[in-house]
Ligand binder design. Sequence first.
Ligand code: RFL
Ligand code: PHB
Length: 391
Amino acid sequence: MRTQVAIVGAGPAGLLLGQLLHRAGIATVIVERQSAAHVLGRIRAGVLEQVTVDLMDECGVGTRMHAEGLVHQGIELLFQGARHRIDFPGLTGGRTVTVYGQTEVTRDLMAARAQAGLPTVYDAGDTVTLHGFDGSTPQVRYRHGGQEHVIDCDFIAGCDGYHGVSRASVPANAIHEFEKVYPSGWLGLLADVPPVCHELIYAHSERGFALCSMRSPSRSRYYVQVPPDSKVEQWSDDAFWAELRLRLDPQARERLVTGPALEKSIAPLRSFVAEPMRFGRLFLAGDAAHIVPPTGAKGLNLAASDVKYLASALAEHYGERSSAGLDHYSARALRRVWKAERFSWWFTMATHRFPGTSGFDHRIQESELDYLVHSKAASAALAENYVGLPL
Ligand code: RFL
Ligand code: PHB
């Protein structure tokens, strides 16, 4: 089989790239390790920056997002028992975010790809291998249905997440990795109960961080910070609700509606960047190249901005025979990545309670939050990062 761009991974990065390239008249094949149902079963991101919303529109898949997504004009920060609102439009010249689950983003993109009749290979398992990307004839090989398949292509897009094969295929001496692991995880619970508040609440308490988020007016997503070695089996639904309640303010506690978990999982907290994001004819995008802790909701949005840069660089290559966009892809993407890394690290450190921190650290943290909500400059810095920095 031959194509122009072979895409490894059918998460949001791979599917968005496929759609953008299709609209630019560039042929793609996507190879995914899991089944489509498995990809849709993962509960992850919930908040879209305007840049991501615009990209969904550009891909022609924005209709359901606009009909069902919730436009949010701010967030609430809870600490020392009191809530403080950060007003996005007022602090950023009118900008907002849209609450629309990654599952729905993925579903809409999968449907558009299927409708356009574009080739996607699911269930490739761990058989995918990358070849020749340091030369001029790259290949992606995989096994499917008991047979070996080869995709000859011009470029490979590694959109296969943190544990994928793409980054792992690069010789160790060609890549520089930066990592910070936080000694905590987030235990998340999804339930068909109305959200405790019409906006997200980021809560700092002596017992640790909590987040009240949502997917719709009748479906809530809650998180509590847990020790890194916590196992999801150790947390009954009742234990989760009890812990969440302890981290909220009296009004939220009173309004909290509990119910059986539709899904419960633990996500580690990690910051990670691989540099560069290009190796010959292989380009990394999304979680394959970088991870942020979920505080601030940047992961999916960074995947979207990488893919936007990559799609325009590839369109320039095929349309104008210019390699300038491809040559600048890594530096351009990394500039935005590092700003989101900084923001996610800072927001995590400001709102979590980590083991081994002292009374001094806690006073500084409370002072930081106090400054944040009472200084217009500090609130504006939070708001402009949360709604997303310009491309
Ligand atoms: P994904 O979504 O991991 O998709 C990669 C795909 O590649 C496949 N794959 C392979 N395919 C072929 N061969 C192989 N060897 C392969 N290995 C892997 C995988 O099966 C998968 O389908 O990466 P992508 O596309 O870069 O997308 C990134 C986002 O998924 C991620 O950044 C966000 O989910 C992060 N994130 C959030 N981001 C936001 O912008 N806003 C949020 O509110 C937000 N909340 C979150 C989050 C992540 C969380 N977890 C679980 C880490 C909340 C949580 C709890
Ligand atoms: C979510 O709804 O899953 C979510 C929202 C905001 C975050 C992280 C996750 O910062």
